[in-house]
Design a protein around this ligand. Structure first.
Ligand code: CTP
Length: 401
């Protein structure tokens, strides 16, 4: 994900310094080359050696170091990265940045840096809420710095409140977003994901094994490309991707209501949800008791959400469906594309290895109205999501599908 990208990780002195080591590992694992610069106080918490070993690069600590100035000056260091991440960023570092002070290696680099800077504050709750810190935060935002707000919870200083360094996965996602071209900026997109549950008594339902992973990957990648993303999700055990608004539903009727309410303002809608085609005709108010004779449930059809979106589609909106098939994949999917008035349909053959429910990979065929279908190789669901958004973007800018 970060292959070929260069990140400068600036670390200032607070207890959260130990978390920066794990963040560095995430960046390195994703393929980035990382250079670390530490303030003097940061070195009191964790030694530069840790960061040198993890990054495989020398750690910058001093502004006027004979050795590092001869090899790579602070000005060169400032020119080097595609992104600067400050984690943890103390109240003191933020104050210096807001005032334009450059009195050590890190703050000097920051004044000369041209890359986007992601500031991840971590401090005591009182310091975070102090009017001076609020003012500095506003100044940093006005200056164009991106802020990853701290999380709330139990702090190292034995107090509760906002001030904990943001979750590392959220920092990582924000960094990825800053490094991804904003090709969906200004676009609103809606994605449906997961299964639906059709209850026939308070504790039992009809459902399917959809994990929601494909829909969540589409939401994550769209947010990374700077779209305004709403994810209408059936019950799944996945965290909401950062920067995505999630609407949780259970039944097909709830999913339909949530989607219909939001559909008109969307530039693109992608339906990955495995919507149950049927729901029980009756819902028992009480738990159905066991009986020796067995019992039967009568089902009635659910509305086809995608087909109704196809009928009311505003001009210019791109509508994408999924087709999970076990036979005649192309014919069945093409039929759904036409019947439901879609722009694209993504077909997967459930019989293929690596392309079933709950996996992290998928192998799909993307079928448009006018072009030859595209057979994609087996790839991760994030990669499939990138391929789908590439095509949606082409359609949104008036290209052929
Ligand atoms: N879909 C929907 N509402 C339904 C059923 C399906 O919006 N009640 C959407 C799915 O989200 C998917 C597409 O329609 O994007 C195709 O779903 P699929 O289950 O493959 O097709 P069905 O239309 O249900 O046809 P069949 O079950 O006969 O294959």
């Amino acid at each position: 994900m970060l292959q070929g990208k260069s990140i400068l990780l600036g670390i200032s002195g607070g207890i959260a310094v130990y978390k920066a080591a794990e963040l560095l590992r995430l960046f390195v694992k994703a393929g980035a080359s990382v250079h670390v610069v530490m303030t003097e106080n940061a070195q009191r918490f964790v030694t530069p050696l840790t960061f040198q070993a993890l990054s495989n690069n020398p750690v910058g600590c001093e502004l006027f170091s004979m050795q590092s100035e001869s090899q790579i000056s602070h000005i060169q260091k400032a020119r080097l990265p595609d992104l600067v991440v400050l984690a943890p960023a103390t109240a003191n570092l933020m104050a210096k940045m807001a005032a334009g002070i450059a009195d050590d290696l890190l703050t000097t680099i920051l004044l000369a840096a041209t890359a986007p800077v992601l500031v991840c504050p971590a401090m005591n709750v009182k310091m975070w809420e102090h009017p001076a810190t609020r003012r500095n935060l506003r100044t940093l935002t006005e200056l164009g710095y991106k802020i990853e707000p701290p999380a709330s919870g139990f702090l190292a200083c034995q107090e509760e409140g906002a001030g904990r360094l943001a979750e590392l996965c959220d920092i990582f996602e924000s960094a990825l977003r800053l490094l991804t071209p904003p090709t969906l900026a200004g676009r609103s997109v809606l994605i449906s994901a997961g299964p639906t549950r059709e209850y026939f008594d308070p504790v039992r339902f009809l459902s399917n094994p959809s994990s929601g992973k494909m829909g969540y990957a589409l939401a994550r990648i769209a947010a990374r490309r700077s779209a305004k993303v709403v994810l209408v999700s059936g019950p799944v055990s996945l965290d909401c991707p950062s920067g995505v608004e999630r609407v949780c539903v259970a039944s097909a009727l709830q999913m339909r209501d949530a989607i219909v309410e939001l559909s008109a303002q969307q530039d693109a809608i992608v339906m990955t949800a495995a919507v149950s085609d049927y729901r029980p005709s009756e819902l028992s108010a009480q738990k159905i008791k066991k009986s020796a004779e067995g019992f039967s449930v009568r089902f009635e059809p659910n509305p086809d959400i995608l087909a109704s979106l196809g009928q009311t589609k505003p001009p210019g909106q791109v509508l994408v469906g999924f087709a999970a098939e076990t036979q005649n994949v192309f014919e069945n999917a093409k039929d759904k594309l036409i019947r439901k008035n879609l722009d694209l349909i993504v077909a997967n053959d459930l019989a293929k290895e690596g392309a079933g429910f709950g996996l992290d990979t998928n192998q799909v065929k993307i079928i448009g109205r006018n072009r030859e279908p595209i057979d994609l190789a087996l790839m991760t669901k994030d990669e499939v999501a990138c391929e789908i958004w590439d095509r949606v973007e082409r359609l949104l800018s008036g290209g052929e599908n």
